[in-house]
Design a protein around this ligand. Sequence first.
Ligand code: F6R
Length: 608
Amino acid sequence: MCGIVGILGEGPVAPQIVDALRRLEYRGYDSAGIATLEGGRLARRRAQGKLRNLELKLDESPLRGAIGIGHTRWATHGRPTENNAHPHANRRLAVVHNGIIENFRELRDELKAKGHGFATETDTEVVAHLVGDAIEAGRRPAEAVASALPRLKGAFALAFLFNGEKDLLIGACQGAPLAIGHGEGEMYLGSDALALAPFTDAITYLEDGDWALVRRRSVEFRRVSGELIKRQKQRSQAGALLVDRGNHRHFMAKEMHEQPEVVGRTLAHYLDMAAGEVRLPFALPKNIGKLSRLTLVACGTAYYAGLIGKYWFERFAQLAVDIDVASEFRYRDVPMQAGGLTIAVSQSGETADTLACLRHARRHGQRVLSILNVATSTMARESDIVAPTLAGPEIGVASTKAFTCQLAVLACLAMAMGRARGVLDPQREAELVSQLIAVPGLMAEALKREHAIELLARDLAKSRDVLYLGRGTSFPLALEGALKLKELSYIHAEGYAAGELKHGPIALIDEALPVIVIAPSDPVREKTASNMQEVAARGGRIILIGEAGAAQEAQVETMATIAMPDMGAEFAAIPYAVPAQLIAYHTAVFMGKDVDQPRNLAKSVTVE
Ligand code: F6R
């Protein structure tokens, strides 16, 4: 999603703004731009595509101003062209925006009727006109922003720079994050603390409905109503987080290889490994023993983590789970009982639909436990309980290490709830803990299959479609494998419960269709073996991910087998995620795709 940066500096700020925007690249974008004051007058440079294109423009025609705003745009309204890139400007001001102005049509019609001409296809341009109009009518910049903000509907963050105002930036936020960074005689604005980490670790987060007048030596916080308020400064840990690729070709490669370490670190946070017990770093709601069901909401890969978790909550805690993608859940008429528990799963903690479900659940008197990777996110601030995934910053747009860490947390939570409800005895808990402790080592072992997968990927790259099959927890993993392949390589892929094969998708099977079967040695593997035979009988090309000897046992010929180490069945989904990720990664790399920033995708989806 879009990234915002603003700097009130001592010298030229354009290079610093580009540097900060680079730290926001992970959010996904398709154009970029910057505006500064040159001798007090507004100047802009914008470019379609990556930041490199913006830098080339700045090389040709540098900006030297000591105050400026910058933006990476992920197109929502209008194509990703230079003309639609932010900042949007008129003779009074420049503005950058993250999110959506829902009532932009209505405002545009009103402004057009007043004689304003519109030059772009964006929703953002109405903000520039609305505030510009108020300044033309004689208002000071702060008064003009104050008059415009109550008129804007939707979820957004904004940063303004004004013609002739060398010591003022204004930031505002409503449902999208914005942070103020405090420096020595310099001040900053950014979509998150990571963007500002090279400049300062003293951060104030704006809350929904806040806006701030930022000057080099002061900052004033107000509510949309105009009321003056105080907001706390906090120390951010973002500077400690390394944002480089190390020796890897892509962030995604680095993040896949970090998994044994970060999953191990996450497990250590939730388990007493020596005692063979789960030990949560927070207390579960007191009524957990009385609950009969849980609600689980998430989007995309985090949703598939939740679907796998559902099997564990049912099995270990005897809790029924109502799970849905957040974009559907928020508009269903779900009866929610006060005192119940909702679990939200999110890497970024900013996903608009998941956040809306969290708020919906809280309005219905539910407690919300969120499994989050970004500790400073909006969801973290609004949850009753935060269960962190200790994956570290995930920069590759496609989620990998956050997903496996989410699984680790879900597994521990399901066991802890089982114990709290008196349905998981200590011996079974100890057995499960020993299976979980083995997971990081098994993931490291799975990563050793990388070369074989790289060779296989060359073949897969020729496919038009790919089918993924699995049963039990391997079914959601099949969905996740298919999602990874399509988002990275743009090859069409589908995941199915293997038992559903004969209810339709079997019609697709022919010699051209690779069928990736995820079949760990679990209680349903014989059922999966029958489904493989059905595929083989119709000439389908099977790629089996299973333990050595699984193909012989199933009596099928495969196009390839990825031989996984022997392991306990309960948490096999976590190590088996590794080959699924590697298949997608290497297929996309072989096809020359941008795996870290696939087309059209955003890391942090702050619009619904
Ligand atoms: C796919 C992927 C997305 C995210 C989804 C939710 O690889 O990363 O499907 O999982 O956009 O994002 P978070 O977890 O930040 O809520």
